[in-house]
Design a protein around this ligand. Structure first.
Ligand SMILES: [Zn+2]
Length: 508
């Protein structure tokens, strides 16, 4: 009998655990048995490796081969165990020495022709290897750049089983096709900018306030007023990601199978279509559970345009992530958790035809309009601090001498300063943005000294709910932070009340 072990990683969400892949040959009829809680994809792994070995003429043990994955209690899924299985089998049959096999952590899929294919989640897998104190990883050649985003681990790339055999003999193949310095400059040139948005001063202002305080925002207005244009630009007003955030966001995108040549350092923007399935929205899918849109928007912006068109189930699925910043995806093999702390931007027409409020163009029945707006559930709207109505531009042409609107960089500077004030004020509370502060703390500790009468009147007249008062205080603080004030004034309270004109909905 002979046996050898190689190492790979089991991924559950962003967490990875080292998995030992042990191959042992015992006398008996030729067969290959896989044990240790493998899923269907892993059984395919065994078949792929055997087929690749025979097509390359390197042979497969002609006795009873047992491949055991430990810890056995850990569910294992995905096709990335191929490299480790192949390494263990090659080692068992004496085709490669044990030296490299026992040190390296292997992640990659093998095609029937012996080529090594890309897999999802290389970044979190390498991160897990580093955490486990491993010094060497072997990944698909095409993903060397991604693996190298994790410092402190040596990365070897293999493009084929032949490469793998060379590497396991201690002769790592030369790295090819690793992109040179990241094309960040090109990307920056194509990034949307607030300077592209002409007119729409209310929309621009609401966006700046949302960015400054981390508030969710709801834009309502007829088609073509620029809801999407504004939403796309929110992420350009947010500060760049901190190093640990960049790593987490990049790992999520790696799990979704996006090619990564550089860490994602700017807040992502994600706009799933209203036909998006639950799996596309919150995560899931067969095999390795992929993060959904809400996790791909983690630390960035999630835009839902035409929000009444989304299924009620999809909208309701946002509730828990909006509260906790996490989403749980149920799998056959257990629950996977992904981070999902995003800033929500919703867009909607004022009525099914979209023309309500535009002259007398709307032909919708009042009942239709009410039903359309009722599709937005109160628990979601409760979390949205800013409710901005957008109307069609009043001028058909922009005059040549009009000043170019402020750029994202200028606004982002004010946003950064306002955020700094919040961090300072909220130090030690566990919150860093006004949007995160719960109602009881706002009313007890951060109640405004000025403008109380305005709030009392609005509440008494039924123009705002009790929750609406909380939202107004939250927004008034953000407005004060943007104005560089250390206290809320009457002006901020009045402006805050007008930034959440929920009555516009009710009026419909
Ligand atoms: Zn209408």
């Amino acid at each position: 009998m002979s046996a050898a072990s190689a190492w790979s990683v089991a991924l559950a969400g962003l967490d990875g655990t080292m998995v030992e892949v042990e191959a042992s040959v015992t006398s008996g009829l030729p067969c290959t048995v896989l044990v240790g809680l493998p899923d269907t994809a892993l059984n395919e792994s065994r078949d792929r490796c055997r087929a690749a070995a025979s097509s390359l003429g390197i042979g497969w043990p002609m006795e009873r081969l047992t491949i055991n994955l430990t810890p056995a209690s850990l569910p294992k899924t995905g096709s990335h165990y191929d490299l480790a299985i192949m390494a263990a089998v090659l080692c068992t049959s004496g085709k490669v020495p044990l030296q490299v096999v026992k040190q390296a952590v292997l992640v990659g899929e093998i095609g029937l022709d012996g080529r090594v294919r890309r897999v999802n989640g290389v970044l979190p897998a390498v991160l897990a290897a580093r955490r486990a104190g491993r010094a060497l990883v072997i990944v698909p050649m095409a993903q060397v750049a991604e693996a190298r985003l994790i410092t402190g681990v040596e990365v070897w790339g293999v493009a084929s089983v032949a490469d793998l055999m060379e590497a396991l003999h201690g002769r790592p193949p030369e790295i090819v096709d690793v992109p040179a310095a990241a094309p960040v400059v090109v990307e920056a040139a194509h990034r949307p900018d607030l300077a592209d948005v002409n007119g729409q001063p209310e929309g621009r202002w609401a966006l700046e306030v949302a960015a400054a305080g981390g508030h969710h925002i709801f834009f309502q207005g007829p088609p073509g007023v620029g809801k999407t244009m504004l939403a796309e630009r929110l992420s350009t007003l947010l500060p760049p990601l901190a190093p640990d955030e960049a790593l987490q966001v990049s790992a999520l995108h790696s799990l979704a199978g996006e090619p990564l040549d550089d860490l994602i350092t700017t807040p992502p923007y994600f706009a799933p279509h209203h036909n998006a399935t639950m799996a596309a929205m919150v995560g899931g899918g067969s095999r390795l559970a992929k993060p959904g849109a809400i996790s791909l928007a983690h630390r960035g912006v999630l835009f839902l345009d035409e929000v009444p068109e989304y299924s009620v189930r999809v909208i309701e699925s946002l509730r828990t992530p909006l509260e906790s910043g996490w989403v749980s995806v149920a799998r056959a093999q257990g629950v996977v958790r992904y981070p999902a702390r995003f800033q929500l931007v919703m867009g909607a027409n004022p009525c099914p035809c979209g023309m309500y409020g535009v002259g007398s163009a709307c032909r919708c029945q009042p009942m239709q309009i009410r039903r359309y707006n009722e599709r937005l559930s109160a628990p979601i709207l409760d979390r949205v601090d800013i409710h901005q109505r957008l109307s069609a531009p009043r001028r058909a042409f922009v005059e040549a001498n009009d000043e170019r609107p402020e750029s994202s960089a200028v606004v982002a500077q004010r946003v950064a300063e306002a955020r700094e004030r919040q961090r300072h004020r909220l130090a030690g509370t566990g919150w860093s943005l006004n949007a995160e502060v719960p109602g009881h703390y706002l009313r007890k500790v951060l109640a405004p000294k000025a403008g109380r009468q305005l709030l009392e009147t609005a509440l008494a007249k039924g123009r705002v709910s009790a929750r609406g008062v909380d939202k107004a205080i939250r927004l008034a603080w953000t407005l004060a932070d943007l104005a560089g004030l250390s206290e809320i004034g009457t002006e901020q309270v009045a402006a805050a009340l007008s930034l959440n004109r929920a009555e516009w909905l009710v009026a419909a």
